[in-house]
Design a binder for this molecule. Structure first.
Ligand code: BG6
Length: 508
């Protein structure tokens, strides 16, 4: 992320190479890096998993993923060159012998190249396998040269503070922290990286970025999608663990962090941990007032009828897992004292969008006559992370005419208008950073633990009590009534975050 260059020779081993993540995200991202000439001349991708695939069948399987999901999917020309570096090995990750086989395979590749390669081990595996695989990997000697070893771990990283702490301890025992890359794919998104650029590469915003000018902040990650085929995982996770503990808290960190002295991994990560440590932790008795959960009932998404969460594949019929969560947080430090941060996320909501809305305070004195300010609104800055990528600033203007009438208008920056090239997928950025050994966009052990400390009191209360009113929001709405009440109690509303240019206050 800091200064991209072409990495040296690399062997990427994907544990879970036959799975959905490899097919949908990892191999397509590697293919795009290859097409854009970011991969080194000497690279190899080794998929390992329990299924049997011949080399040709595996290549066909991942080619299908590339054709569907890669940015360069239409350009099959490069496929042959790329495919020649892709291989598959059926291996049982719980057996010591498998790691000897893998070691022999990687050593053979390195011998052919006549040099040592960076060895990446990507854990696209269920959480229960992280511990045994880490031990076997460390014991096998595959990661003995720590400078060339990279272990990439997908979320969920633990289920709560205690399990995450133990997992970190275990990983510390097996590997150097500089070899461990804990992924939060939101950090690889172009627009998420731009938050830092926007805040710290411009002089005009930062002076206003504090309690003196900001009334409150809203962070929304809403999805139209339901849980799809991931019911078995999701029903044990829920929105808080699946989205808030990682993606939403990372967006909070980037919005609230102090500037770092230098743009280097550990300094940026220190500033982010400072934010998490400053978040006021909930007492159990505060949870009902400051956190809201919801679960979707059947409803309509863009004219298609969709089933209730409890009728999704592999979801319990009486499930009390939340598919929606909203929180009100306070960041207890000098900059943010008294400024609430409202976070919300949910599945099967009206729109798919991720945004950060900064609502500024009203002007200290209204000099205009009442008739002039009927449509007046305080300033607002919205960072649209996806799907429309950009930033808009709302301010007041005089409506043309002989009378003084003020109206809110928007100033906009859209990526698509300003830049021709399509931004890389988050996984392209992150995989390249892993190859380069740059940990800026990855979660350090203490970040993960601090984030769980925020979420734990809420999950403890929610896990202990079943919500009597689930399901409580129809698919296609903006979530449960209680979420509106959470913010309405403070005399505020969730801001509408439309995909088009008409910005009205949100209707349910
Ligand atoms: C994942 C969650 O981490 O992020 C999913 O497990 C969620 O439930 C996904 O759908 C959202 O990511 P994106 O990039 O589509 O916003």
């Amino acid at each position: 992320m800091i200064s991209a260059q072409r990495p040296g020779p690399v062997v990427i081993t994907i544990f879970g190479g036959g799975g959905d993540l490899a097919w949908r995200k990892l191999v397509p991202a590697l293919f795009d890096l290859y097409r854009d000439e970011w991969l080194p001349e000497q690279f190899a991708i080794v998929g390992i998993d329990k299924e049997s695939y011949s080399a040709a069948a595996y290549q066909e399987h991942v080619e299908d993923g590339v054709k569907r999901f890669a940015r360069h999917r239409k350009n099959a020309k490069a496929w042959k060159g790329f495919a020649s570096a892709v291989s598959y090995q059926k291996l049982d990750f719980t057996k010591k012998k498998s790691f000897q086989t893998l070691l022999a395979k990687i050593e053979k590749i390195e011998k052919e190249w006549d040099q040592k390669a960076c060895r990446i081990f990507y854990f696209a595996i269920p959480p229960s396998l992280i511990e045994p695989v880490s031990h076997l990997l460390a014991d096998s000697g595959l990661t003995a040269e720590s400078k060339l070893a990279r272990i990439v771990v997908e979320k969920p990283f633990g289920r709560d503070y205690e399990s995450a702490r133990k997992l970190n301890e275990m990983m510390k025992h097996c590997f150097e922290e500089s070899s461990v890359f804990r992924i939060d794919h939101y950090l690889g998104k172009e627009t998420v990286q731009n938050i830092v650029a926007f805040r710290f590469a411009n002089a005009i915003f930062e002076p206003l970025w504090n309690r003196n000018y900001i009334d409150h902040v809203q962070i929304t990650v809403s999805e139209q999608l339901g849980v799809g085929h991931r019911g078995a995982y999701y029903d044990h996770a829920g929105a808080l663990r699946d989205m808030v503990q990682n993606h939403l808290l990372q967006l909070l960190c980037l919005t609230a962090m102090e500037p770092s002295v230098r743009f280097v991994a550990d300094e940026l990560r220190n500033r982010k941990v400072d934010v998490l440590r400053a978040v006021q932790l909930f007492d159990h008795e505060d949870v009902t007032e400051l956190a809201v959960r919801g679960q979707y009932a059947a409803g309509w998404i863009e004219r298609n009828s969709v089933a209730a969460y409890r009728h999704e594949e592999k979801v319990a019929e009486n499930s009390s897992t939340e598919t929606f969560a909203a929180l009100k947080l306070h960041v207890d430090n000098w900059r943010w004292q008294g400024v609430p941060f409202y976070l919300r996320t949910g599945k099967r909501l009206r729109e798919t969008l991720t945004s950060i809305a900064i609502q500024f305070r009203p002007v200290p004195h209204q000099a205009f006559p009442v008739e002039a300010i009927e449509a007046w609104e305080p300033n607002r800055l919205i960072i649209n992370v996806q799907p429309r990528k950009g930033i808009r600033i709302r301010f007041q203007a005089k409506q043309p005419g002989l009378k003084m009438v003020l109206n809110p208008v928007d100033m906009q920056f859209n990526y698509s208008d300003s830049y021709d090239q399509e931004p890389p997928d988050a996984y392209e950025t992150l995989l390249l950073d892993v190859m380069l050994g740059d940990q800026t966009l990855f979660m350090r052990h203490d970040q993960i633990e601090a984030a769980w400390k925020i979420v734990d009191p809420i999950t403890e209360v929610w896990d202990a009590t079943s919500p009597p009113d689930f399901p409580d929001y129809p698919a296609g709405s903006w979530g449960p009534e209680n979420a509106h009440a959470l913010i309405a109690r403070d005399g505020r509303t969730w801001l509408s975050l439309p995909l088009d240019d008409d910005d009205e206050d949100e209707r349910k």
